[in-house]
Design a protein around this ligand. Structure first.
Ligand SMILES: NC(=O)c1ccc[n+]([C@@H]2O[C@H](COP(=O)([O-])OP(=O)(O)OC[C@H]3O[C@@H](n4cnc5c(N)ncnc54)[C@H](O)[C@@H]3O)[C@@H](O)[C@H]2O)c1
Length: 450
């Protein structure tokens, strides 16, 4: 008799510190009434530990307890073998009959630049992602491309993360085990011009999500923070205990959310939260199918350089060449977006294993100047990138790079991709998709002019 997952849509999977309990009593389905030897073992893997036990209390009461336990032991061996061989898909609940209930990792803003790359990294790590996005700064065309890269359809719900009722429903329907919260607006300049837009979206979406997670009983969260919370740092490299401040409304929202999460963790230790302070994510998936697709004039260096190289913009304006740096231009910590994505997987693993509140820098620990990045990009693309030197811009600092040692210590993660790879992958994305996701299938690679 086949397991019909449709019938079990309302099965409750509850988690607590001990693991999972699958509640199936009260169901009047022949599958449930089979003898325990056939159907009562469940394999349950939490990040904290592996558990399996006879599933149906009804079956136990009918005297099948021993059979059920025997099944569990057998199943446990199968699971461990799968883990050792690296084949096992994590966080799915396996029945001895072969049926599966899947728990998802929810990515808010998962259609965006960092979320889409993290989606790929999660699938490679054996997780099953589900995306919620309102496509305010992304395009649904990313979804078929994610399918092409991962070989599986990625579930996506369109909606606003600030809508707590909608989010509660999504969290329950997909049996969400943990959330990665990418959704938010991110353009510093725009936040200065339109502060309310930023306070409204970034704070309301965080609040809506936290309320929904509370209602749905999901308390594991990875949050996209930013090195911008260090404001104007007094030294480099920057460690997580540096004083925090803000220089614009965008940075202020990140700082407020960090504080909000700290209060929540203090009030309820069941919350497990990783605050990840990103430095400068660049690059793209090496296949050239997904990448950074800014709307309008890019705010960040790498997409700007890419657009100059592909001929969409005449030149790059470099603000300041008299800083006390290697060549006078500003130095930043550029990190390949796939390294960043893998940092998220490492943070998720740590949360599911240890359940804690941690804050870490995700950077390489190495600074590169604007002109170094331009030269590396020219090398990777074979295109010239004309530069115009401009006066310094108010609010810019000379150097900003991370001390990434805490992430290495707590997450066992470190960035491994070079600046050359960042530029090569960014160029492949840009040259194959000169207009981003907006015009369907990627074009052929643009030939080099040098
Ligand atoms: N890219 C960077 O340089 C950088 C650096 C530091 C921190 N961050 C943070 O990382 C996160 C992701 O950044 P990104 O570069 O991928 O940005 P992105 O704009 O590409 O992705 C954000 C996604 O969130 C969606 N979104 C925004 N508000 C939403 C809402 N209320 N409901 C549902 N969806 C919503 C957008 O449509 C978009 O798909 C952001 O929170 C950003 O502040 C980014």
């Amino acid at each position: 008799m086949a397991f019909n997952s449709e019938i079990y849509n309302d099965l409750e999977v509850r988690t607590d510190l001990e693991g999972f309990h699958l509640e199936a009593e009260g169901h009047d389905d022949p599958w449930l009434k089979r003898p325990a030897t056939d159907c009562c073992a469940a394999l349950l893997m939490t990040g904290r530990r592996l558990q399996c036990w006879p599933l149906f209390r009804g079956a136990e009461r009918r005297g099948n307890r021993n059979d059920g336990e025997g099944r569990c032991a057998e199943a446990r061996i199968r699971l461990w073998r799968g883990l050792i061989e690296g084949r096992f898909l994590r966080h799915q609940i396996y029945f001895s009959t072969g049926a599966v209930i899947i728990q998802h990792i929810l990515l808010t803003g998962g259609a965006g630049y960092i979320g889409s790359h993290t989606c790929v990294a999660l699938v490679h790590a054996g997780y099953t992602p589900v995306i919620v996005d309102n496509f305010s700064n992304s395009h649904p065309a990313v979804l078929p491309r994610l399918r092409q890269i991962t070989g599986q359809a990625i579930a996506c719900e369109q909606g606003d993360v600030a809508d707590a009722a909608f989010m509660t429903d999504v969290l329950r329907r997909y049996r969400v085990q943990a959330v990665m919260h990418f959704a938010g607006y991110k353009a510093v300049g725009e936040s200065v011009a339109q502060p309310l837009k930023y306070y409204r979206n970034n704070l309301a979406s965080m609040l809506g999500l936290l309320e929904a997670m509370t209602a749905a009983g999901c308390r594991t969260l990875v949050f996209s923070s930013s090195a911008t919370v260090y404001g104007d740092p007094h030294a480099v490299p920057m460690t997580e205990d540096f004083p925090r401040s803000h220089t614009n409304p965008y940075g202020h929202t990140k700082l407020m959310i960090e504080d909000m999460l700290a209060s929540l963790c203090r009030a309820d230790p069941a919350w497990a939260v990783a605050v990840l302070r990103y430095f400068n994510p660049v690059g793209a998936h090496p296949g050239g199918l997904i990448g950074d697709d800014p709307s309008g004039i890019p705010n960040n260096l790498m997409p700007y350089i890419s657009q100059v190289a592909v001929g969409k913009r005449p030149q790059l304006q470099v603000f300041g060449n008299d800083y006390p740096t290697v060549d006078g231009t500003g130095v930043r910590d550029y990190i390949h977006v796939l390294d960043l994505a893998e940092g998220h997987v490492a943070a998720l693993n740590a949360l599911l294993e240890h359940g804690q509140h941690l804050t870490v820098n995700l950077g390489t620990g190495q600074g590169h100047s604007v002109l170094q990045v331009v030269r590396a990009f020219e090398q990777a693309s074979g295109r010239e990138v004309p530069c115009q030197i401009m006066p310094r811009r108010a609010g810019d600092v000379a150097q900003c790079y991370a001390d990434p040692s805490l992430a290495r210590q707590l997450l066992g993660w470190q960035a491994r991709r070079s600046l050359a790879e960042m530029c090569g992958d960014a160029w492949r994305w840009q040259s194959q998709n000169p207009d981003g996701y907006r015009f369907g299938a990627p074009a052929a690679v643009v030939p080099s002019r040098r």
